[in-house]
Structure formats: C-alpha cells, structure tokens
Write a protein of this length. Structure first.
Length: 366
C-alpha cells in the first residue's frame, strides 16, 4: 500500500510530529510512504526514516495561485498513483480534495484541533473517512459541522514508549543538569511546550508562586521557547515571575526530554482558552512514570484518569492548580506507563491508522 500524507510544513508541532512518527512506522511495516509539504526543518527526517519527501506549496492561502496548484497537484498525484491520500490540514485538504475529484483516490482527513466554525474548516469533514485524535474533538465536530457520524474514526496520537522509557535515561546528564540549576533536594514542577498564551504559562507561574508559600522546596521549570510572535508574551512571563517572587527557572527548549520528565516530580499541562487536541506532553510524561496535572478539557480527559495517574483542574483556575500541586504529594499514582503502553503507544496509533486506510480501500472509491 502506498500512502501519501500532505501537510503545510514540517516544523515543530504535534501534527508534524504525528506525520513524522507515522511515516517511520509505515516504513518499518514495508508500506510505501510519501509526504508532500512545502518544507520545514524536519523534512530530512522523512527520507532518513525510509519515506519519500516531495516539495510542493500546500501552505499558501493565495487564491490567485489556487487552481494552478490544484492542476499541478493532480498531475503529481497521477504520477504517484497512491492507494491513500491523507490530508492533515485545511489548505492541503482543499487542494487535495479538488485535485482528487476525478482521480478518486481514497481520501482521509484528520481533524487535529478545534477549528473555526466556517466553510473553510468544513473541508476537514469531507474525507471518505474522518479521523479525530480525541473524543473532545469528535464532540466538537459533530456539534458544529454537518457530517455523517458513521465516517468518524478514533485514532489517538501515539507516543514512542520504547524511547520514552524510564530505563533509558542519561543519568550523568541528569546530575549535571541538577547541579547547574541547583535543583538538588527540590520538588520540581515542570511545564513543557511552546510558550504561547493558550498554553497557560501565566496560570502556571501564579500557581507555583502560591504553592511555594506552603512548600518552599517547590521550584518551577518552564521548558520551551517562544516564537517571534510570542516574544512579548514571553517577556511578560519573566516580569510576572519577578513580581510574584516565584522560584521559577526558564530553561529554554531541551533535547533531553526523557531526562526532563524524569527529574520532574510533576508535569503541568495548563491549557486555558484553547484545549489541547491530544496532549502529547501528558502522554510522554506518563510514559516516563511522571504524574501530570492537566486542565480538565480537550484530549487530557482521554489520557488522565483523575486521581489515578494524574489530576484534573478547571481551566484557568490557578488557585485550584496551586492546591493540587501541594496535595499531589499525598496521592499514590499508579499504572502511568502501562496506561500509555496499552492505549496511546505508536504501535496502537499505527494499527488504528492502517485499519482506517484498509477500510477506505474497501469502500472502493478509487
């Protein structure tokens, strides 16, 4: 089977990570895998893992070039002759849907988030089968778009549990990191991910400052960088930290994420106005046997079993978050890693994804 995935660019992000992971797993299973994208800093990973990368502008919103790109994409797809065409984002989906009108390649779309409710976003419901990554997204799509519910298929994003394994950490790196940041004998609470307003870093800072009043051993780690669009917000977080007198360290983006999860006593996912579609950092952390406190909406509700492998709090309620940070010491969290292995591993994701592909082929729409 030849699968073509199509997305705007291969830079950092959950969607991009999912495409890279699926490409690698498909190649391991001897499927032919092609990714069509405009570019991005992770494009080499596709070919390194055994897939084919094709550069094509599927990100521009310029209406003047739209039909030319549809024509060129149709020619490209005709030459590739794939068994499955899988669109991962709205602009690529519009281009692929138009180009595929006469080709009739089985067409899959994945709704990766809580898209704006309009005709532009409705393209993600036009797949022969439509994948959703969390039950919150499924409910959102059914509520806000006209779609045949029978087309919807659940495929959660997968975590590489072989990589995110507590037995595989670099202990020397951990010791050096703790020494460099003076983290010995500290209770480390981390928030991981891109620094952007909807991730709730400001609520995290408030909660850490409040929780430190009753537990001075607490120290917060903010792991991640801000894009150029979020530099003002990033600077405001630093200012807020100083104003509150919070003991928080901004450690930037880190490559050694297994080790970051390992040194953390707790990881916080504090998404506020916009829910996490899935919650990759939640799943990675649990795979490393580190408990998570997360906002009680979006994909977190699929992953966290409240008071069993983590804790849930109402979005934007920084006082509740602070209270749970302090109380988390009293919980005996269990089955964290095994829960991810059973429900959210890369193997599970790939099996479900390929099952959807096989089903689409049986619909005989090509």
């Amino acid at each position: 089977m030849h699968i073509v995935q199509i997305l705007p660019e291969l830079n950092d992000g959950g969607v991009e990570r999912g495409v890279i992971d699926l490409n690698r797993e498909l190649c391991k299973l001897n499927y032919k895998s092609t990714v069509i994208t405009k570019g991005g800093k992770h494009v080499d990973q596709i070919s390194n893992d055994g897939g084919q990368i094709i550069f094509f502008d599927v990100s521009s919103k310029n209406p003047l070039s739209f039909y030319l790109r549809v024509f060129l994409l149709k020619k490209l797809l005709t030459s590739l002759n794939p068994d499955i065409l899988h669109a991962r984002s709205r602009i690529p989906a519009w281009l692929a849907w138009k180009a595929n009108k006469k080709l009739k390649i089985p067409f899959i779309t994945t709704v990766h988030g809580f898209n704006s409710i309009n005709r532009y976003s409705s393209i993600m419901t036009k797949g022969d089968l439509v994948i959703y990554a969390s039950h919150a997204v499924n409910d959102y799509v059914i509520k806000n778009f006209k779609i045949n519910k029978n087309k919807l298929r659940y495929v959660p994003r997968g975590v590489d549990t072989e990589f995110f394994n507590p037995e595989s950490v670099d202990k020397e790196w951990i010791e050096n990191f703790k020494e460099n940041y003076q983290l010995q004998k500290k209770r480390i609470i981390s928030i991981v991910g891109r620094i952007t307003k909807w991730k709730g870093h400001d609520d995290f800072i408030h909660a850490i400052a409040k929780s430190q009043k009753s537990d001075p051993s607490i120290i917060g780690l903010i792991v991640g960088d801000a894009s150029s669009n979020n530099k003002v917000y990033f600077e405001s977080l630093k200012k807020l930290t100083l104003e509150l007198g919070a003991n928080i360290i901004f450690v930037g983006s880190q490559k050694k994420m297994r080790e970051i999860y390992t040194i953390s006593n707790l990881v916080v996912s504090a998404s506020s106005d916009k829910p996490e579609t899935f919650g990759r950092t939640i799943a990675e952390s649990l795979s490393m046997n580190t408990p998570v406190i997360a906002s009680n909406h979006g994909g977190a509700k699929d992953i966290i079993i409240d008071q069993k492998n983590g804790l849930l709090f109402e979005p934007k309620n920084k006082n509740e978050l602070a209270k749970l940070i302090n109380e988390s010491k009293t919980y005996l969290f269990e089955n964290m890693r095994s829960h991810i292995q059973k429900k959210f591993s890369l193997t599970i994701m790939t099996d479900l994804e390929t099952s959807v592909y096989q089903e689409a082929l049986k619909l005989n729409v090509k």
